[in-house]
Design a protein around this ligand. Structure first.
Ligand code: NAP
Ligand code: BGC
Ligand code: ZN
Length: 357
C-alpha cells in the first residue's frame, strides 16, 4: 500500500510503498478515506515538533483521519462503519491515563501521538487501530469526518475553560479567537453558536478568504497589524473568553490583559522557544485582582471526539465547504501541503467511500 512519510531531517513529505498492516486482537483494519493537514503537520515536517518512532528514521504523517472499517476482526465494529481514530496511544501496553480515557492528560513519556510523536500516523491506504480508539461517524458526515479531530481539540479546551469558571455564576457573552488558521476558524464557527458577540484576530489585509469566512459567520475581523491584542478592549470590548490558536507566544500574556474581569484564556498554540520582555508584575496583578484564568490544552479524548461528531453535524455545509480549500488525490499530495494565503484546510483523498446497500 502507499503511505506518505517524512524522513528525519528531510523537511518534505515523500510517497512510499509499505506492507498493508494486519490487525492484532482488539484492533480493526481501516481503509483510509481522507486525512487533513494542519499547522502541526507543517511543524512535524519542518522537524520543530514531534519525532519518528524509536528505531525508525521516518514517520508516517497524518493525525486527522476518517476511514471505513474493512475488517472488524471480532471487535464490536462492523465492516462498512465510518470511523475517526483518536491520536494518542500508550507506549508499552496501557497506563492509568488511558485506562480512564484521559489519554489527553498523559504527561510526556506516557503517550505517543500517531503521525506526530513516536508512532506512525494515518496517511496510508490502510491503518489499524484498537476499536476503543475509533469513534463512529454517520455516513452523511463522511466527507467532513477528518474535521472531527480538530473540532475535538476545541471541545476539550472549552470544557477545561468552562470548568475553570464553574465555581461561580459565569455568563459569558463575548469570545475572541486569536488566529484565522483552520483551528481558529473551526473554533469561531463553534463559538458563533454559543456567544452573542465573537471576534477573530488575524494579520492579513483584505481581500482574503479567511476574512470572508469570518464575516460570513457574522463575526468581527480584527487585524493585529492595526489593533494589538492589548488594545482590543478599547477598540471593541473586553471578551469573556479568549481562545489562542496562533502559536504566537506573546498572545496568551496579552490576552490576559485584554480579557474581561472573571474571564478565561485558553492557550492552544505550540510555539518554538522565544525570549521576550514581559511586565510580569502587571500580568500577575491582572490575574489576581480580576479573577482571571488561563488554561493550556492539548489533544482530546474519546468523549471529546464523540462531542465533536455532534458539533460537526451542527455546522453549516456552506461554512465547511468554504473552510476546505482543497481535497487532493494521493498523487498530488505535494499540493495538499501548500501553505499559502489561499490555503485554509486541505486534505488528501486515499480512497472513495461507497455506501453499502
Ligand atoms: P495555522 O494554520 O498555522 O494557523 C495559525 C494562524 O495564526 C495563521 O492563520 C496565522 O496567520 C495566524 N497568526 C500567527 N501569528 C499571528 C499574529 N501575530 N497575529 C495574528 N495572526 C497570527 O495553524 P492551525 O492548524 O490553525 O493551529 C493553530 C495553532 O494551534 C498552531 O500553533 C498549532 O500547533 C496549534 N494546535 C494545537 C493543538 C493542541 O492540541 N493544543 C491542536 C491543533 C493545533 P497567517 O496565516 O496570515 O500567517
Ligand atoms: C493535534 C493533537 C496533538 C497536538 C500536539 C495537534 O495538532 O491535533 O492531537 O496532541 O497537535 O502534538
Ligand atoms: Zn492537529
Amino acid at each position: 500500500m502507499k503511505a506518505l512519510i517524512v524522513r528525519d531531517g528531510a523537511g518534505k513529505p515523500e510517497l512510499v510503498e509499505q506492507p498493508k498492516p494486519e490487525p492484532d486482537a482488539g484492533e480493526a483494519l481501516v481503509r483510509t478515506l481522507r486525512v487533513g493537514v494542519d499547522g502541526t503537520d507543517h511543524e512535524v515536517i519542518a522537524g520543530s515538533h514531534g519525532g519518528s518512532p524509536e528505531g525508525d528514521d521516518y514517520l508516517v504523517l497524518g493525525h486527522e483521519a476518517v476511514g471505513v472499517v474493512e475488517d472488524a476482526n471480532g471487535t464490536g465494529l462492523s465492516e462498512g462503519d465510518i470511523v475517526v481514530p483518536t491520536v494518542r496511544r500508550p507506549p508499552n501496553g496501557s497506563n492509568p491515563y488511558f485506562e480512564r480515557d484521559e489519554a489527553d492528560m498523559a504527561p510526556d513519556g506516557q503517550y505517543y501521538e500517531r503521525g506526530i510523536v513516536g508512532a506512525h500516523g494515518f496517511m496510508a491506504e490502510y491503518f489499524t487501530s484498537p476499536a476503543s480508539a475509533l469513534v463512529q461517524v454517520p455516513p452523511e458526515l463522511v466527507d467532513y469526518g477528518f474535521l472531527v479531530e480538530p473540532i475535538s481539540i476545541t471541545e476539550k479546551a472549552v470544557e477545561h475553560a468552562d470548568a475553570s469558571r464553574s465555581a461561580f455564576e459565569w455568563s459569558p457573552e463575548s469570545a475572541l479567537v486569536l488566529g484565522n488558521g483552520s483551528l481558529g476558524l473551526l473554533t469561531l464557527a463553534m463559538f458563533e453558536q454559543r456567544f452573542e458577540r465573537t471576534y477573530c484576530l488575524g494579520r492579513r489585509d483584505r481581500p482574503d478568504p479567511t476574512i470572508d469566512i469570518i464575516e460570513s459567520l457574522e463575526s468581527t475581523y480584527i487585524n493585529s497589524t492595526e489593533t494589538a491584542v492589548g488594545d482590543i478592549p478599547d477598540a471593541y470590548e473586553a471578551p469573556d473568553l479568549i481562545y489562542e490558536a496562533t502559536g504566537y507566544a506573546k498572545h496568551p500574556f496579552e490576552a490576559i490583559e485584554a480579557l474581561a474581569p472573571n474571564g478565561v484564556v485558553a492557550a492552544l498554540g505550540v510555539p518554538s522557544d522565544w525570549t521576550f520582555d514581559l511586565d510580569g508584575g502587571r500580568f500577575h496583578r491582572e490575574l489576581v485582582l480580576h479573577n482571571k484564568a488561563i488554561v493550556g490544552s492539548v489533544n482530546s479524548n474519546v468523549r471529546q471526539f464523540e462531542a465533536a461528531v455532534e458539533t460537526l453535524g451542527s455546522l453549516s455545509e456552506s461554512f465547511l465547504d468554504s473552510l476546505i480549500t482543497g481535497v487532493y488525490p494521493l498523487e498530488d499530495f505535494e499540493a495538499a501541503f501548500d501553505n499559502d494565503d489561499r490555503t485554509i484546510k486541505n486534505a488528501i483523498q486515499f480512497s472513495q467511500y461507497e455506501e453499502r446497500r
